[in-house]
Each structure stands twice: as structure tokens, then as C-alpha cells.
Design a protein around this ligand. Sequence first.
Ligand code: PNS
Length: 162
Amino acid sequence: MKIAVCPGSFDPVTSGHLDVIERGARLFGKVVVGVFEKTGKTPLFSLNKRVNFIESAIKENLCLNNVEVESFNTLLIDFAHKHGACAIIKGLRAVSDFEHEFQMAQFNRKLDPSIETIFMMASSQYAYLSSSAVKEIAKFGGRIEGLVTPEVEKGLRKVFEL
Ligand code: PNS
């Protein structure tokens, strides 16, 4: 069975992330979503919350039974080895994503050339969607319906006391 990992900070998971996870789950026997514990800045949601949001979206919204969610705080390549993955799935939105993603893919290839990074072009309706944009819109009381799951929407409303 071919296994892929799909890593990210997921602070919080968006409909764009879920779209990539769902499409990845059609291509691979199993997809392990890796929630990176350490992010550059302090995350809005705890690691547990970020994992739980994805787990319930996978069960309740996407109904996928070949996707698992796990946090990690190591090199991504080591997380991929741990799960016997042959690929890393990443979503690619606008050109602005490219340079950073290209660099990470090169580093990961240097660390283990046998693990392939696969980029999925974001679906057009999510091409400009990001966790940061969702947080900013939510913070100022804007509508985020459809951009995240209802559970994440509720979580954001609670954080920003809306
Ligand atoms: O959602 P993000 O913030 O773009 O995800 C970034 C992530 C978690 C994929 C990246 O930071 C990562 O792979 N971190 C694990 C540590 C690692 O392997 N770093 C070297 C890759 S160049």
C-alpha cells in the first residue's frame, strides 16, 4: 500500500487543506496528516485543537477512512519514515507559495531522495485561502462560512469572543 504524509501547521485547518487531503486520499492507500507542533509564531490554537479539528472534519465532513492525523515535532522526513511513506503531499496556491515550497522540497529530497514531494494545485475556489486570512477575517467579525468547517468557525468565534 502506498502511503503519503500531508504536513502543515493547520492553525486552523481550512477548506483548502481539506480539499488537498481528500484528493490525496484518492491517490494513496493511506494519507497521514502531520500537524507540526512547532510553528514560527505562537499558534492561535493548541496542538490538540488543531489535530481535533482535522480529525472531526475527516470523520464528519469528508467521511474518509484511509486518513489518519498525528502531530509531529521532528524533521518531516523522519515523520515520513516513521509512517513508511513514499511521498509528501503539499498544496500549492499562488506563485507566492512556490519559492518556499521549492526550497523545502529540495531540502527534503537532499535528506532522502526516495521520498517524492507531490504538489497539488489548489482548487480555484481556494486559490487565495490561507489560515492567516481566515483568522484575520474572523478576528474582525467577517464571514468565514465555507472557508472552514462549522466546528472551526465556532472555535474562531470563541477565541475572538464574537
Ligand atoms: O503549514 P505550513 O506552516 O506551511 O507547514 C510547514 C511545515 C510544517 C510543512 C514545515 O515547516 C515542516 O516540514 N516542518 C518540519 C521540520 C522540517 O522538516 N523542516 C525542514 C524542511 S525544509
